[in-house]
Design a protein. Structure first.
Length: 383
């Protein structure tokens, strides 16, 4: 049993109104796997890191071609942003080159643009980022794949399976009777990326009308797992190999480092429009972010990761959560970055053209013109 209070959702989150799922329940409980704990191996990513604010130029990356932007968007954010033009070998940015077919990104990475919104059950929005990540899982998922799933879960909402009518339980002030899986003396909460995944979970139940689904913010679900007597969380338990199990220790750390509202990641999960970059820029003025730092222990230059374009423009790399840095597999240290720190860096380095947020995907480029709310924080009213 777990109690969740009713909260107002944003427009991008699913409604919290419980919906009955007409299907049957599984005849057996899923086995419980432990998430891998070994270090994430080095994974190549096409957006290259440049070490050190204000230092010599590093590898170059191409920002998206304006012709490939999302409809109505004024900010470069398409797949072209991930195409390296010059690398460590010193390839000239001006040298003739043949346009190569875009390389498909796989877990722990994701496409630069988010998937289109989907309602697998009418009126109930899927968590499309999470569902797409789970769909990539195979038998015996790797540590990198699990990192990819976990980072894509950190936005919007999850569905919970409720025994009985969730609406009645809420109206009567009762704790919701949340479905769990027991493995000996350990209990795992069940959560789902879509209402369809809930339906699959109850498809063999004798009385499917006795089950309903309710959407809750991801942070609320994780908080209940962490503070309750749960050993972990199972995602989409009836989806065969396309399910994931995360122990409570992993979820505790992920929640501790997360923005409670998951503002930036949720914005990046939404379809792009003409105001997307401005919305993210405004959010950066109020949200703690993270930067990737090379401490000099490897071959890289000490400093904060940047990206460079062929025409010499510099963009600071920002991340909504440390998992976004881990997913790149570069071995960078994750450092929290408050809005005032971002304002100071941008104001003291006029050559920075803006920021790239969550380069593992979905990502967005926010140019300096959309960062006014951040830059104003660096203004000293005493001058």
């Amino acid at each position: 049993m777990a109690l969740f209070s009713r909260r107002k959702q944003t427009d991008d989150a699913a409604s919290e109104t419980p919906t009955s799922i007409e299907a049957d329940a599984p005849g057996e409980s899923p086995s419980v796997d432990e998430a891998r704990s070994e270090p994430v191996p080095q994974i190549g990513i096409s957006v290259q890191a440049f070490r050190g604010v204000g230092a010599a130029a590093g590898p170059e990356v191409a920002l998206p071609d304006p012709s490939t932007r999302a409809p109505g968007s004024q900010t470069p954010n398409a797949e072209g942003a991930a195409s390296p033009v010059a690398g460590a070998q010193g390839t000239s940015a001006s040298a003739p080159h043949t346009q190569a077919a875009p390389q498909k990104r796989v877990l722990p990475l994701a496409p630069v643009l988010p998937p289109e919104p989907v309602e697998s059950v009418p009126g109930m929005k899927d968590n499309t980022l999470l569902r797409a990540a789970l769909a990539e899982l195979e038998e015996g998922p790797s540590n990198e794949q699990l990192v990819g799933v976990l980072r894509q879960m950190m936005q919007n909402h999850l569905y919970l399976r409720v025994h009985g009518d969730a609406r009645e339980q809420l109206a009567e002030g009762k704790p919701l009777s949340i479905a769990v899986v027991r493995d000996g003396d350990r209990s795992y909460m069940l959560a789902f990326s879509s209402a369809e995944a809930v339906r699959e979970s109850v498809q063999r139940e004798t009385d499917p009308t006795a089950t309903s689904a309710i959407a809750q913010p991801v942070t609320a679900v994780l908080h209940q797992v962490v503070t309750g007597n749960f050993a972990g969380l199972i995602l989409d338990n009836a989806s065969g190999v396309h399910r994931a199990v995360f122990p409570v220790e992993v979820l505790t750390k992920a929640l501790d480092q997360a923005d409670v509202n998951m503002t930036v990641k949720t914005l990046l999960a939404a379809p792009r429009d003409a105001d997307s970059a401005q919305k993210v820029g405004d959010a950066l003025a109020k949200t703690k972010m993270w930067v990737a730092v090379n401490d000099g222990s490897g071959n890289g230059q000490v400093g904060i990761a940047e990206a460079h374009t062929p025409d010499g423009r510099r963009f600071l790399q920002l991340f909504s959560h440390p998992l976004e840095i881990v997913a790149l597999g570069r071995g960078d240290r994750q450092m929290p970055f408050e809005p005032d720190q971002l304002a100071k860096v941008l104001s003291s380095h006029d050559s920075l053209a803006g920021v790239i947020v969550d380069s593992a995907g979905p990502s967005i480029v926010v140019e300096r013109a959309a960062l006014g709310a951040v830059l104003v924080r660096a203004v000293d009213l005493g001058d």
